[in-house]
Ligand binder design. Structure first.
Ligand code: GDP
Ligand code: MG
Length: 361
């Protein structure tokens, strides 16, 4: 029995790791090569002469783009409140009503040294969204804002947030929240974070800490400024706005009237009404684009989140999306991905069956 020789006990209901499968192949003089889903997808796009990812635009036409920020932190430390406060206090010039729609992400404008700059916030706090997207190969975040309540200090999910940011290799800005509360101790937060290796600039480290009150709206501008300063100091955020758009779907649902509605974050290129798009195994043509002010827009630049209407089915959150030259190509890519997904499920079932057979042999 091959499995026995490999020193691995496999019961009839277990599936085996890719490594074991490769070893098993060797044992039986087969070369088994396990191809990751990402590799498989790259090959699929290759066959259409499409490159997805940061290299897609080449080195030309790179222009500065806004940073994309995710807010993380321990439960009840004020993530949702902070995102609400930023959404309310910040109104684009000329958009008198302010942000009216929760579309999964929004952009705010702020002044840094006399220059108006944009920041994109992913509007779903929490670690799940962040890790789910990363697991699907969609790196959507440039900077992690970690919220720590000054009356509570560093808690287990604060430590988790630090780990996630490190794993994704994104710089951290610490928002020391609830400084309005009587028991607030912002210097203790700095001490505790230092123990986790997140050392404030004022202690000689490289992380900016900003004391805020999300409830009272205190020092929100200071936080936005710290985000931009951190982006400028440690990241060179550029994207090619002239290419066909690529990015990630951050949220999607089926609307009764509008059909599938997906919020996509454009990461490079410019997305336009009329473009043929594919996101995961969903495809379509952009019929309408709507921003967080509930306005129709005709194009979306890098780092801009926008709701897209025109998919024929609902993409998954975290699916990468891209514009292709024509509807036919979009449909073919979507169809092949769906078929592959079906095959993978089938293969997983079959892998188990064949091992059961081996065990009996
Ligand atoms: P989340 O679980 O991190 O999203 O936390 P929430 O945003 O839901 O906030 C938890 C509670 O703390 C809510 O009752 C908020 O109103 C409150 N809160 C948030 N920020 C502040 C603040 O700056 N000061 C005070 N006093 N309370 C706050
Ligand atoms: Mg919340």
């Amino acid at each position: 029995q091959a499995m026995f020789h490999l020193g691995e006990m496999v019961t009839a209901t277990q599936s085996v790791s890719d490594e074991v499968l490769e070893l098993l192949g060797q044992e039986m003089n087969y070369q088994i090569q396990v191809v990751s889903p990402e590799e498989e997808d790259r090959e699929l796009l290759d066959s259409f002469d499409i490159t997805f990812g940061e290299d897609a635009g080449g080195d030309e036409d790179l222009l500065p783009r806004p940073p994309v920020v995710t807010v993380m932190g321990h439960v009840d430390h004020g993530k949702t409140r902070l995102l609400d406060t930023i959404r309310k206090t910040n109104v684009h010039e000329g958009e008198a009503g302010g942000i009216t729609q929760h579309i999964g992400a929004y952009q705010v404008a702020t002044n840094l040294e006399g220059e108006e700059r944009l920041i994109t916030f992913i509007d779903t706090p929490g670690h799940e969204a962040f890790t789910a997207m990363r697991a699907r190969g969609a790196t959507s975040t440039d900077i992690a804002v970690i919220v720590v309540a000054a009356d509570d200090g560093v808690m287990p999910q604060t430590a988790e947030a630090i780990d996630h940011a490190r794993a994704a290799d994104v710089p951290i800005v610490v928002a020391v929240n609830k400084i309005d509360k009587p028991g607030a101790n912002p210097s203790k937060v700095r001490q505790q974070m230092s123990d986790y290796g997140v050392v404030p600039e004022e202690y000689g480290g490289d992380t900016m800490f900003v004391d805020i009150s999300a409830r009272q709206g205190v020092n929100i501008e200071g936080l936005l400024e710290a985000i931009l300063l951190t982006a400028d100091a440690s990241l060179d955020l550029r994207a090619n706005p002239t290419m066909e758009a690529q990015g990630v779907a951050i949220e999607a649902h089926l609307d009764r009237g509008r059909g599938p509605v997906a919020t996509v974050l454009v990461q490079r290129g410019t997305l336009r009404v009329g473009d043929s798009v594919v996101a995961g195994d969903a495809y379509g043509r952009v019929r309408r684009m709507i921003n967080e002010f509930d306005e129709d827009v005709t194009e979306a630049l890098p780092a801009r989140p926008v709701q897209v209407i025109g998919f024929t089915s609902v993409p998954g959150a975290g699916d990468t999306f891209l514009v292709v030259e024509e509807d036919r190509v979009a449909r073919q890519i979507a169809d092949r991905r769906r078929a592959r997904l079906r095959n993978a499920q089938f293969a997983a079932a079959r892998k188990r069956v064949s091992l059961e057979d081996l065990d009996k042999a």
